[in-house]
Design a protein around this ligand. Structure first.
Ligand SMILES: C[S@@+](CC[C@H](N)C(=O)[O-])C[C@H]1O[C@@H](n2cnc3c(N)ncnc32)[C@H](O)[C@@H]1O
Length: 403
């Protein structure tokens, strides 16, 4: 029945205007940066005090190796570190498509050539030796653990490993990870509520990353083995919101195209595929690890008997307008450390645009997130398919013409 369509890196999407650029003044130069995606009333900057602290630290004469160092930057937010350090031609590894788009746009704005960096996604292997590894501490402890294991073969005891984060995001468990996997670890004083972590590879021992990890899931008389790469939502077990969604999925209809929007490990799309054997499923997520997990899980469930589309993208970008008759979504409520409903708004609007007339948008949400108000505003109404103490599964249907 056809082959898997590999997930792809869609084209860089240029900003249409620059209303949320902010001046980024660091010892390496004066730049202008913006987050991605851009919103009209953006109040947040593309970098934080931890980026500034790290760049100030690197500017001190003793702190950057004197020969031309090979630099690896991991989990940079919107290319802030890469923009400032582009003259070193660093390798930059990201799991987030949004961060990657932010980097590309910020390079463009600051007239930095994309060839100034080697850009790798989190599923691509590192190559060679690095003298300096800069890590922006991710929200997920598991992702940090995976990063530390994966850099081991590419460092030696002379390499400097420096991680940066807001102090509230550096816990004793964070430092223990560095000590266990890398070796001797110290921290800086806090500055503007940010802190640096310095580690050197004194363990000098290479251990394979324990990720991806798997768990077994009983669904509709089937046992599925679910594979999760390190930075995937609800990696250890099924999220309770997703479970409630799976128990209250739309009744099978002759759906042609179903999208699992923000698919994580792809369980919603996988179960929809089982329930709707003739539908084509599109999985989208902005995390490379999420889409890779969804692809593995789909492949394990269906072998080569069924084709599906896997997109690492922003929301529904890459899915044609008015081309889909069912969208399933357990919306994200944070972008890395930043909590907010901007991603949900964007996804709901894009879902509207991608649906055919009469198509349905199904979501699950914690009651306090009040997603029903957004559905009402965008679709003109909604139906609660199921509700318990914490969650509601709701859907909206796109009428033939918008009111
Ligand atoms: C709450 S999780 C749900 C994951 C999965 N559907 C489930 O129910 O287990 C939200 C997902 O949305 C993804 N996400 C966040 N922002 C996104 C964006 N702009 N475009 C696509 N996916 C995004 C996250 O990476 C995450 O996997």
């Amino acid at each position: 029945m056809g082959k898997y369509v590999p997930y792809f890196r869609t084209h860089y999407v240029k900003f249409d205007n620059m209303h949320t650029m902010n001046p980024f003044k660091v010892p390496q130069g004066n730049f202008s940066l913006a987050r991605y995606p851009q919103t009209k009333k953006e109040t947040l900057r593309a970098w934080d005090a931890a980026d500034e602290y790290l760049l100030q630290h690197l500017d001190k004469p003793d702190n950057t190796p004197d020969h031309t160092p090979r630099i690896l930057i991991i989990n940079d937010s919107f290319g802030a570190l890469a923009t400032a350090l582009h003259t070193f031609k660093p390798t930059v590894q990201l799991d987030s498509y949004l961060a990657e788009q932010g980097l590309a746009n910020n390079f463009h704005t600051n007239k930095v050539d994309m060839n100034a960096v080697t850009l790798l996604n989190s599923m691509e292997p590192l190559e060679g030796h690095y003298d300096l590894v800069l890590i922006k501490v991710p929200k997920s402890h598991a992702y940090l653990e995976d990063i530390l294991y994966k850099i081991q073969p590419h460092i030696n005891p002379q390499s400097k490993i420096i991680a940066a984060a807001m102090a509230k995001n550096i816990h004793s468990s964070t430092l223990k990870l560095f000590e266990k996997i890398i070796g001797e670890t110290t921290t800086s004083l806090a500055k503007k509520k940010a802190r640096l972590v310095f580690s050197s590879f004194t363990t000098n021992k290479i251990t394979e990353s324990p990720y991806p990890k798997q768990y077994e899931l009983e669904i509709e008389d089937n046992t599925l083995t679910i594979t999760n790469h390190a930075n995937v939502f609800s990696r250890e077990k099924l999220d309770i919101g997703s479970r409630f969604f799976l128990e209250n999925m739309p009744q099978p209809r002759p759906y042609k195209t179903i999208v699992d929007l923000g698919c994580g490990n792809g369980l919603l799309g996988l179960v929809a595929a089982q329930q709707n054997p003739d539908a084509h499923i599109i999985f989208t997520d902005e995390s490379y690890m999420a889409v890779a997990s969804a692809k593995t899980n789909f492949q394990n469930a269906f072998g080569s008997s069924r084709a599906a589309t896997f997109l690492v993208t922003d929301g529904m970008a890459g899915v044609e307008k008015q081309s889909v008759d069912l969208i399933l979504c357990n919306p994200p409520f944070h972008q890395n450390h930043v909590v907010g409903d901007h991603l949900a708004w964007q996804m709901f609007n894009e879902a509207w645009a991608a649906l055919e007339p009469d198509g349905e948008f199904w979501i699950v949400g914690n009651h306090h997130l009040a997603y029903h108000a957004k559905l009402k505003k965008i679709f003109g109404g909604y139906t609660v398919a199921a509700s318990n103490k914490k969650f509601a599964v709701m859907f909206s249907r796109k009428p033939a013409t918008k009111n």
